[in-house]
Design a protein around this ligand. Structure first.
Ligand code: ATP
Ligand code: MG
Length: 566
């Protein structure tokens, strides 16, 4: 049980909010969801699921400059894909009317004023945490004048940035957020994705979030630690609202009041967790898009081959605390390895092929191999077998020594995975001295699955029959950034990108995979995927770039963590 669940249980015991549990997940639709958001999603939806409550999705759309319906759609798709169900979808923009009305009531109560100073002048008056600020010369303008100017702001008569509406609180408060915070600003340059040109003034986060929670009847408003310093202001605006209104004004359930709780953000090594920076990478073409498999976005992780269960397991493992920290990227990889270990069908893919000719084998046959060794109940696949096979270049050494257990002309026996035992006899080279072909003889009595199949060899190697082999492209990914914490480094974070984060190789895969060769099938905008373990190579997933001519795979993760060794 995490510390927020403990708070919720205590509230339930004490009958707070009449025993109702209501949370919300409040993304700003200005980018795609990343794995950090998933941590918040698992908390917000998880609390509601566990305690018979409801979690609503609320788009925090108070800044038309950056927001777009493209983001609304991707966010809803991603949450559905993760397997969570919201009660209703709300938008902060649903409350623009109420918030505007509330601002007017606060002006009338002498609690807000229109300031005409520049942003620089206002910043200069802010003071420091240990020194009080200076009052604005406009702080005590008459209420009637404030009302008139605020109306003019909304009418579009005042240019952007020329005036703001500020709360009249306390320019000496030790909490800087209380030094007459901005309630409203003018934005006339961009239409809003839902309200179009209806508004020329837009509420700030602090003036919108707590009230939105209140209007909806949210009980536990859970967010990340950087909002801790905003919490007194969250409470202040709700208190002030209650001084000038009642529940009936807003349709809020009786005996209901939201409280804010904070937990630590998720940060992961070798990546960035900020929509602003991700947008930059996308816009400048430094990655292929929001769903580039190197991105820590939900759609990127999905394309990389991460499953909802692996992602949720990862979030479960890291837990929730009140201390900021950094999670090692390998934890995420371990979660997908655990997830796929027992379910990804095994197949052969040869990455650096050389030809193997079995000199004493004639004809062809079909070998039946289990999808997962030792789990025949999970199905089998057919492997064409014939005289010529592709094997990995690294599995043959012309000058094998006693520590090399794979193929060499020294006479060692090696098993072809799921098939026969062979012995190498020699090799052919091209004009440059590079090995092109290995020759070997087969022991025809040693086939796997027959009595002779029990004979042990020191090594087993992978193979794909040449005539039936399918050419495929494998995209091998590494860390997006070359340094552990790009956000902590000085200079431009884009200079810290890992130049080797993507390597493309052509490989030969077994013919069973031919069935995946087609234009991807989309459900709700999400491409159907097929997960595999390429024997000895790692976990792979089909990429939506796959066509009827070309199979494309993304490497989700290597089989073991080989990052530390580098
Ligand atoms: P970014 O800084 O990436 O733009 P944000 O906090 O501005 O993120 P929002 O859309 O406002 O993004 O966030 C929606 C919710 O997700 C908020 O409650 C926020 O606290 C939470 N959240 C955002 N980033 C993280 C993170 N790295 N770890 C945990 N929760 C997060
Ligand atoms: Mg935000």
């Amino acid at each position: 049980m995490n510390f927020i669940e403990e708070i919720v249980e205590k509230d339930l015991q004490e009958g707070v909010n009449d025993g109702r549990i209501q949370t919300r997940f409040p993304p700003e639709p200005n980018g795609y969801l990343h794995i950090g958001h998933v941590k918040a999603i698992c908390m917000d939806f998880g609390i509601a699921e566990k305690y018979n409550g409801v979690c609503n999705l609320r788009f925090d759309d108070t800044n038309p400059v950056k927001e777009d319906t493209e983001y609304v759609d991707s966010i809803t798709n991603d949450i559905k894909w993760l397997g969570f169900k919201w009660g209703e979808i709300f938008y902060a923009s649903d409350y623009f009317e109420q918030l505007y009305e509330l601002a007017i009531r606060m002006i009338k109560a002498g609690k807000a004023y229109v300031d005409e100073q520049t942003a620089e002048e206002i910043a200069a008056q802010k003071g420091t945490p240990t020194e009080p600020g200076v009052n604005s010369p406009y702080r005590d303008r008459p209420i009637e004048e404030n009302l008139r100017l605020f109306q003019q702001m909304q009418n579009g008569e005042i240019p952007d940035g020329k005036m703001i509406l500020r709360a009249k609180i306390d320019m000496a408060n030790p909490n800087m957020h209380f030094r007459d915070p901005i309630m409203y600003r003018i934005i006339t340059t961009h239409p809003h994705h839902r309200t179009g040109r209806r508004w020329n003034v837009y509420p700030m986060y602090d003036f919108a979030h707590g009230q939105s929670d209140y209007f909806e009847g949210v009980t536990h408003s859970i967010c990340t630690l950087e909002f801790t310093v905003h919490r007194p202001l969250y409470d202040y605006f709700i208190d002030e609202m209650l001084k000038v209104s009642t529940n009936e004004d807003w349709g809020t359930p009786a005996n209901s009041r939201p409280h804010q709780y904070e937990f630590n953000r998720l940060n992961i090594t070798y990546t960035v967790m900020s929509k602003r920076k991700m947008l930059q990478l996308v816009k400048e073409g430094l990655v292929r898009g929001w769903d580039d498999p190197r991105m820590p976005t939900v759609c990127g992780l999905r394309r990389r081959g991460y499953t909802p269960s692996a992602i949720r397991k990862f979030i479960d493992t890291i837990g929730y605390t009140k201390v900021e920290g950094m999670i090692d990227y390998t934890w995420l990889e371990n979660a997908i390895r655990e997830d796929q270990k027992e379910q990804a069908p095994r197949v052969c893919a040869i990455f650096d092929p050389i030809r193997l000719v079995l000199d004493n084998y004639e004809g062809e046959e079909t070998i039946i191999a289990p999808n997962i060794d030792g789990h025949e109940e999970l199905g089998t696949r057919e492997l064409p077998f014939a005289k010529e096979l592709w094997i990995e270049r690294a599995d043959f050494q012309e000058e094998g020594d006693k520590n090399f257990f794979r193929l060499s002309p020294m006479g060692r026996e090696v098993r072809l995975k799921n098939a026969y035992i062979i012995q190498a006899t020699g090799c052919e080279k091209d004009a440059d001295g590079r090995i092109t072909t290995v020759h070997a003889t087969v022991d025809l009595t040693s086939k796997s699955g027959t009595e002779g199949g029990n004979r042990k060899t020191k090594a087993t190697i992978n193979w794909v029959e040449c005539k039936s082999a399918v050419d495929a492209e494998a995209r091998l990914y590494d860390r997006l950034f070359a340094v552990e914490n790009p956000s902590a480094e000085e200079g431009d974070f884009r200079d810290l990108l890992n130049p080797d984060s993507l390597k493309i190789v052509n490989c030969k895969v077994e013919s069973a995979l031919r069935k995946e060769m087609h234009e991807p099938v989309y459900h709700d905008g999400i491409a159907e995927q097929h997960h595999y373990q390429f024997l000895k190579q790692g976990y792979f997933v089909t990429d939506p770039d796959t066509t009827a001519e070309k199979l494309v795979f993304n490497r989700t993760a290597s089989l073991k963590d080989n990052w530390q060794k580098k």
